[in-house]
Design a protein around this ligand. Structure first.
Ligand code: NDP
Length: 338
């Protein structure tokens, strides 16, 4: 039997809200979808397609990728390329697609960090894998202390001039280097569009270190990755470690982080979410979105049902002072070693 051709839902923009990204012409959906873990070669393509299509049908038009997502490096981009040449082909202009380079991708001195040589070659490879002519945003995936920041930034500027990216972004830069990079990019007429960092109820480093304020002041959008702390801020681990979970795979999320102290705090947070009529995942996303400086949050998901659950976070984004106090008393200023 021939699979029916995908046709995006006509209502796809009706239930999603969009937020302006810093001082730019771009608006992003409050929830974006990241392809770090569940979209690579280990996942049946039909499941990848079902999750990507459900996201797009729900107004999630921003897909976040990087050269090394899979987890087999490159395979999330390859699967996204299959999506582009099949289901998403008619919708390229409705999609905001990112890629990044900065972590180890291929052997030798030119497949890692922040040199011009690496960034240029990596983006060319990403475009081929994704079957697209340009990305909407290309990131320097991490700060490289050994390469002059000017070299990395000039590579980003030239990538835009070559038409291979429309905008550029930074991920995980220390504050001082981010400020320097923003200045360089603005002076070369390629203002930084987005700063990406891990930010969630447990890990507040970008807030505590002033990175969110810096970006806001410079007119750069802020996008949070791992908003659910890889699944800790969901109901997933409240009663053990499910065999199909990320923690069970013991790669980027180790079972040792699930200490009795953290579990206790998560259970209290879960009680609070239930009182608000939300799942823990929904409340954790709502908490991030209640801050107008956060342009979007990039969720990861391993099923369509999780995407549906996460989307309901949009329905209740108000927190009382008492609720904020309760969340802060459990997590603010505490180091759970995540
Ligand atoms: P999350 O913190 O959103 O964690 C996603 C995981 O949480 C899912 O895989 C799933 O776990 C679980 N989950 C999600 N929704 C629910 C739900 N409703 N109920 C129960 N469990 C749920 O994000 P990620 O860590 O996946 O990161 C998101 C994206 O951020 C990445 O895909 C990537 O695009 C970006 N990123 C960027 C980085 C950077 O350096 N710039 C670094 C890391 C991520 P399970 O799989 O166990 O079901």
């Amino acid at each position: 039997m021939i699979a029916p051709v995908y046709s995006a839902s006509p209502e796809r923009y009706e239930s999603m809200d969009y937020r302006r990204c810093g001082r730019s012409g771009i608006q992003l959906p409050l929830l974006s979808l990241g392809l770090w873990h569940n979209f690579g070669s280990h996942k049946p393509f039909e499941e990848v397609k079902a999750m990507a299509c459900r996201a797009f049908d729900s107004g999630i038009c921003h897909f976040d990728l990087a050269n090394n997502y899979g987890p087999e490096y490159g395979t999330a981009e390859e699967n996204f390329g299959h999506l582009m040449s099949s289901v998403f082909k008619p919708y390229r202009d409705e999609l905001f697609i990112s890629s990044k380079a900065g972590w180890d991708m291929w052997p030798g001195p030119y497949g890692n960090w922040g040199s011009r040589k690496y960034l240029m070659a990596s983006l060319d490879q990403s475009l081929k894998r994704m079957n697209i002519d340009y990305v909407d945003i290309f990131y320097s995936h991490r700060y490289d202390p050994a390469t002059p920041v000017e070299e990395t930034m000039q590579a980003l500027v030239d990538i835009v001039r070559q038409g291979k990216a429309l905008y550029v972004g930074l991920s995980r830069y220390p504050k001082e280097q981010a400020a320097k990079a923003y200045k360089y990019l603005a002076e070369h007429d390629v203002p930084c569009l987005l700063y990406q960092d891990r930010y969630n109820i447990i890990d507040r480093r970008p807030q505590d270190q002033g990175l969110i304020d810096l970006s806001y002041g410079e007119g750069v959008g802020f996008i949070s990755f791992s908003p659910l702390q890889q699944g800790l801020l969901t109901g997933r681990y409240l009663n053990g470690i499910p065999s199909d979970s990320r923690m069970a795979r013991n790669t980027s999320l180790k079972p040792e982080v699930l200490t009795p102290e953290l579990l206790d705090a998560l259970r209290r947070l879960n009680d609070m979410a239930l009182r608000r009529g939300q799942s823990l995942a929904q409340m954790s996303l709502s908490w991030l979105l209640s801050d107008p400086r956060v342009t979007s949050v990039i969720i990861g998901a391993s099923s369509v049902a999780q995407i549906d659950d996460d989307l309901k976070a949009l329905d209740n984004r108000y927190f009382s002072e008492e609720e904020i106090f309760e969340i802060d008393s459990l997590f603010a200023g505490k180091d759970f070693g995540v």
